[in-house]
Design a binder for this molecule. Structure first.
Ligand code: MTE
Ligand code: MOS
Length: 772
């Protein structure tokens, strides 16, 4: 039997992507009477709104409507978790770029011109712009999350060696190729259908219903695909969809709101930048004995998903290491900047990067290879394998992955070659680092781990598939289609994947936390199995065997050497009045977490990986090139190795971009000055390491009962990029001839150069508290 799962099948939209025929929101045929929307943004950092004058905007020919928050018919609060995020600024503006007024006009240019004619009078209020200031002023959005095991302070005090330090890790813009976009069309009875580039159609539906003061059944949200989401459309698509829906209600006409790139970057939240403060005690081998860590994430002006992002940072601050006595605290800092949001890894990368940095510091302090210190601290297989939240790591394959990558990347020999190169090369220096990834799979908010699907078999044997997962390029549509094809034993071309719609599957979760294929795959399998059981009865009668004997494969139902075509069985089932539709459901079993005690099993399983990256630095300019990277990543029994390989490559490069070249820069008034590709550099294909070797782990099915024993892959490989940043740190140390170096992220060429200079000048000893 040929298998459809575990096969490299191309992305279902790939030919359309290449031909330019894949439709995004702005490509949809424009409905009759369409209006275009634009936003007026605040030019203050934090201020009270004294008055808003929209008369000049309304007077512009072609302008049809202008709304403020007071024109919202229902509840204007569109916060996803805790309340406090009005659809447009209410009474105060909280950051530079806060949307205040929305305009609808007959074309985009008119709408944007009108938006600039709006006049707002303000009274400035004091603002908080940095994480450090927020901590100092106790400006927090939510209470902290704390994990604690043993007595970290006592363990640090007793330890033979101690280090204390601070690290800044920058944020990251999503830079999805398709910006935020929504198209709202009024229907009969006050209903509205909104096409939206969103990872979370059900939440967009709920919030539109809220702002329109309508029941959810009056709102349909559809998403055929996104031109990238990366977490940026998990919650933050809703604002623009709601504005379009309110304008459509007010004007009775369809309304489209598509942000341009600068506005998108100014208005929408990004990856949280973090300030990490640590103190660590360790022995002469570098084994961590006590660890105290505070992870402070910049939430920006509103909570959005910050609570869950900081939680995930805290959950991943163990990285891959056993921490016997440990205290980890996560702070949700409130500042007057954009409201930061989900971004691939969801806080996990920031937590993990911090501890990988600390391990590197320990190694340098002791004069050891960081690899040795990593291995000395690595979680064990049956001891030293309990996380700071008391989840036992049951399936630790990291020791094997380290062995495999050390061999395949020729690490030890190259380490020596690089040291030899650095000893004789004065102005070019190389660096090398090897880092692991262990990423927890499941939403840490347990109830979100649910999914639904709707499978329809037609009497000609063709199948329509719908589920709650949204397609953002990651391939969830093809993966779930593979699951359904496998279950029915039919070829993929019998299956039509349909756009994600809230009127087909209700109350879905965001496609996020890398769990899209896991959850929706299981839900679709559940639906398909119900229909297959019914078809087995029909086919059994046709073949003269018991239903249990019927096997579905190769587009046929077979038993005892006889077979009938799948289409014939479907047709016969219809004639016999057997239902060929089913909805499926899945809820991840066995997961729970108690925030109050900091204990539980928040993750169904872990996905693992290891990466070794080598870099070459020009010490005159700080510029660098990644010369080689070796990646080994675990997808269990991959549902689709071609898609997964793409996720590993793309994730790694996005992680590398975050930690090395993507720099968000706000001025002292809180204005984002990097809001276009001219000033904000994302990596391109040319930034890939010159010698790039990527392998998926093979022969290791997921021990958890996941869909066909695969593992989630969307986010985990991003953190393989940490190896590139620490390779730079290694090169900086070589360049400065210093033992200790400080290198915040992003390690841009400027920062690399400054780090080399600072390390050369450093007269002060390492930030050591008091070595024995
Ligand atoms: N890959 C592409 N091409 N585009 C994206 O927007 N988003 C990432 C990841 N891979 C993304 C991507 C993020 S943030 C997540 S959570 C997962 O895909 C979501 O999809 P999944 O759950 O189906 O893996
Ligand atoms: Mo991904 S950050 O969970 O959308």
């Amino acid at each position: 039997m040929t298998s459809v799962v575990h096969t490299s099948i191309k992305h279902d939209s790939a030919p359309k992507h290449v031909a330019g025929t894949a439709r995004y929101i702005d490509d949809l045929p424009e409905p009759e009477g369409l209006l275009h929307a634009a936003l007026h943004l605040s030019d203050r950092t934090r201020a009270k709104i004294l008055s808003i004058d929209i008369s000049a905007a309304l007077a512009l020919p072609g302008v049809v409507a202008a709304i403020t928050v007071n024109d919202v018919p229902g509840d204007p609060d569109i916060a996803p978790v805790v309340r406090g995020e009005p659809m447009l600024a209410k009474g105060v503006v909280e950051f530079h770029g806060h949307p205040v007024v929305a305009i609808a006009a007959i074309d985009v240019a008119t709408a944007r011109r009108a938006a600039r004619l709006v006049k707002v009078e303000y009274e400035d209020l004091p603002a908080i712009l940095s994480i450090a200031e927020a901590i100092e002023k106790q400006s927090f959005l939510l209470p902290p999350l704390g994990l604690k095991r043993g007595d970290a302070a006592a363990a640090i005090a007793k330890a033979p060696h101690r280090l204390k330090g601070e690290l800044n890790i920058g944020g990251q813009d999503h830079f999805y190729l398709e910006g935020q976009a929504s198209l709202a069309e009024p229907r009969e009875d006050g209903d509205v259908i909104v096409r939206c580039s969103t990872q979370h159609p059900s939440e967009v539906q709920k919030l539109i219903a809220r702002v329109l003061d309508a029941p959810m059944h009056a709102v349909t949200v559809e998403c055929r695909r996104m031109g990238g989401g990366f977490g940026g459309k998990e919650t933050q698509a809703a604002q623009f969809a709601c504005i379009a829906a309110v304008l459509a209600r007010k004007t009775g006409r369809p309304v489209k709101l598509r942000l341009d790139r600068d506005e998108d970057m100014i208005i929408t939240g990004k990856r949280h930048d973090f300030l990490s403060r640590y103190e660590v005690g360790f022995d002469t081998e570098g084994r961590i004995l006590g660890y105290e860590l505070t992870l402070a994430g910049r939430g920006g002006w509103a909570a959005d998903l910050t609570g869950a992002v900081v939680d995930r940072a805290v959950f991943h601050a163990d990285s891959s290491y056993w921490l016997p006595d440990v205290t980890i605290t996560g702070l949700c800092c409130k500042t007057n900047t954009v409201s930061n949001t989900a971004f691939r890894g969801f806080g996990g990368p920031q937590g993990m990067a911090t501890t990988e940095y600390v391990i590197d510091e320990i190694a340098r302090y002791l004069g050891r290879d960081p690899l040795e210190v990593r291995l000395a601290n690595l979680y064990g297989k049956d001891k030293n394998n309990v996380t700071p939240y008391f989840q036992t790591i049951a399936d630790n394959i990291l020791p094997e992955l380290f062995d495999e990558l050390l061999a395949s990347s020729d690490y030890n020999a190259r380490r020596q070659e690089i040291d030899a190169f650095n000893a004789q090369s004065q102005h070019l220096k190389k660096g090398l680092a090897l880092t692991p990834v262990k990423f927890g799979i499941s939403f840490t908010t347990t109830f979100l781990n649910q999914a639904g699907a709707l499978v329809l078999v037609y009497e000609d044997g063709s199948v329509q598939l719908n589920h709650g997962g949204t397609e953002m390029g990651q391939g969830v549509y093809i993966k779930v289609a593979q699951v359904v094809a496998e279950t029915f034993g039919i070829s993929l071309d019998r299956i039509r994947i349909t756009a994600t719609r809230t009127d087909k599957v209700p109350n879905t979760s965001a496609t996020a936390a890398s769990a899209g294929a896991d959850l929706n795959g299981k839900a679709a399998e559940h639906a398909a199995l119900q229909i297959r059981d019914r078809l087995a009865v029909v086919a059994g009668a046709m073949l003269g065997v018991a239903p249990e004997q019927v096997v579905f494969a190769s587009d046929k139902a077979s038993a005892g050497g006889k077979s009938v075509a799948f289409a014939e069985v479907a047709h016969k089932a219809w004639l016999e009045r057997v239902s060929l539709a089913a909805s499926g459901f899945y809820a991840t079993p066995d997961i729970h977490f108690d925030r109050a005690t900091g204990r539980g099993r928040p993750f169904y399983y872990f996905a693992y990986g290891v990466a070794a990256t080598e870099v070459l630095v020009d010490c005159f300019t700080g510029e660098y090139r990644f010369t080689r990277a070796d990646l080994l990543h675990d997808c269990g029994n991959s549902l689709n190795p071609a898609i997964d390989l793409g996720q590993v490559e793309g994730g790694y490069l996005q992680g590398l971009g975050w930690l090395t070249m993507e720099e968000l820069w706000w001025d002292d008034k809180g204005r984002l000055r990097t809001h276009a590709p001219s000033t904000y550099k994302i990596p391109t294909a040319r930034d890939l390491p010159e010698d790039f070797r990527v392998q998926l782990v093979s022969g290791r099915p997921n021990p958890a009962n996941s869909i066909f024993r695969s593992k989630a892959v969307g986010e985990p490989p991003l953190m393989l990029g940490i190896s590139g940043w620490l390779a730079l740190k290694d090169a900086v140390a070589a360049a400065a001839g210093a033992q200790m170096v400080h290198l915040d992220a992003p390690a841009t060429p400027e920062r690399v150069l400054l780090a080399i200079e600072a390390a050369k000048r450093a007269t002060v000893a390492p930030a050591e508290v008091a070595a024995k």
